[in-house]
Write a protein that binds this ligand. Structure first.
Ligand code: NAP
Ligand code: G4F
Length: 347
């Protein structure tokens, strides 16, 4: 019997991972927040009829909910040989983490402590494998931009989000060592899809292109367009999570596309899908992106979107994961951006 428990199942990654595991005949248990059951189940609506999917209400800030779910799984499969727990739940928006730093810490740091303790005291911890969703945001203010970030690059987090994720990383490693738990870590670079909230840059830009193309909007306002991100497709990245969990020993893996693009370049790529040819003029907060075909000024800088601190250069070295896990991506970033723009044109 293949059984998995996913926190954050309603999110971008959780929904793709649930699909992947259901295809592999797993029984998938997902933790969903009570408030979300009334509002935002869109990412997993198409899976709700699957009898191998079981949803339970819970919250990372409510330790008893996780204890109860682990107990119910044990009661449902008394002879369970292995349970894979993927911890994907988080306050995942970096800018928002500056607005709600305490909640971010409760969910992304202390929530992980609660989940690890729920596993530790579950009575079947030796049958459980744990995956912690870590992030390239840990690298933060990268000092050496001449090379990609690898296992030796120091962490220098720049947000309440990244600081909470660093605590979770260290705790996951401590519990692996101290309590002999099979705790794995996937340090993933930015991965995106049409399922991502338009609060993130990638979806905001792709939706912006669609809205401008359809005449629903005439300008797009952005913050820092100078930072670099290493973008991949969420569907490819959940396959890496699965492979990490299958690896015989619990380890820490970097997953990335090994290519980096400035936010400005991402914007140009997205607008190009609908025939806009973006060039830039002006500097700093007066910088404007315009379409050379028509001269229309389309992208403006809104300083209120700047963060108190930003991460300026992310480029991941995933060579170890590619070699030892055999992971590789199926989709190029251009394919993903095209899919996202077309999705927003039709939804
Ligand atoms: P996402 O779409 O924002 O999903 C986050 C999930 O966490 C949602 O299901 C959300 O539930 C849930 N959640 C939030 N607060 C919760 C709480 N208090 N209790 C229980 N669940 C809660 O994020 P994602 O892009 O799928 O990312 C998945 C994980 O990978 C996150 O931990 C993120 O930090 C990490 N990560 C993401 C990336 C990336 O580029 N996508 C890169 C590195 C690491 P609701 O639907 O109820 O809000
Ligand atoms: O899309 P973003 O908000 O993603 P960010 O901060 O890189 O975080 C994402 O990736 C992390 C992995 O590296 C994850 F851990 C995290 O959960 C999340 O998935 O911003 C990307 C860049 C930033 O430099 C931001 O300042 O785009 C810049 N930006 C410019 N204008 C904007 C905007 N970001 C957003 N969200 N909205 C803007 O209008």
């Amino acid at each position: 019997m293949l059984v998995a428990f996913i926190t954050g199942i309603t999110g971008q990654d959780g929904s793709f991972l649930a699909e992947l595991l259901l295809e592999k005949n797993y029984h998938v248990w997902g933790m969903v927040r009570k408030s979300t059951t009334n509002t935002r189940m869109i990412n997993i609506e198409h899976l709700l009829d699957n009898t191998n999917l079981k949803l339970r209400c819970g919250d990372m800030t409510d330790s008893s909910s996780m204890t109860n779910i682990l107990r119910e799984i044990k009661e449902t499969y008394p002879n369970i040989e292995k349970l894979d727990v993927y911890n994907l739940a988080a306050v995942s928006h970096v800018a928002i983490s500056f607005e709600i730093p305490q909640q971010t810490t409760s969910v992304n740091a202390l929530g992980v402590l609660s989940l690890l303790d729920a596993i530790r005291f579950s009575g079947y911890k030796d049958k459980i494998r744990f995956y912690q969703a870590s992030t390239s945001e840990l690298y933060g203010d990268v000092q050496d931009t001449s090379k990609a970030q690898d296992e030796t690059t120091p962490y220098n987090p720049q947000s309440p989000y990244a600081i909470a994720k660093l605590y979770a990383n260290d705790l996951t490693l401590l519990y692996r060592k101290g309590y002999n738990m099979h705790n794995t870590i996937g340090l993933l670079n930015n991965h995106i899809s049409y399922r991502r909230s338009p609060l993130f840059l990638d979806s905001k830009v792709c939706k912006g292109v669609a809205d401008i193309y359809h005449g629903k909007m005439d300008k797009l306002y952005l913050g820092n367009v100078n930072s670099y991100r290493d973008f991949g497709y969420a569907k490819d990245y959940v396959k890496a999570m699965y492979l990490i969990m299958q690896y015989p020993t619990p380890e820490h893996w970097i997953i990335s596309s090994q290519k980096t693009y400035q936010v400005r370049e991402f914007v140009e790529k997205a607008f190009k899908i609908k025939g806009f040819n973006i060039q830039w003029k002006g500097e700093g907060i007066d910088e404007i992106g315009y379409d050379t075909n028509t001269g229309r000024e389309l992208i403006f800088i809104d300083p209120s979107l700047f963060r108190p601190a930003d991460v300026n250069f992310l480029l991941g070295d995933s060579s170890r994961a590619r070699e030892l896990l055999g992971w590789e991506e199926e989709y190029t970033i251009d394919q993903v951006i095209e899919e996202m723009v077309e999705y927003h044109c039709t939804h």
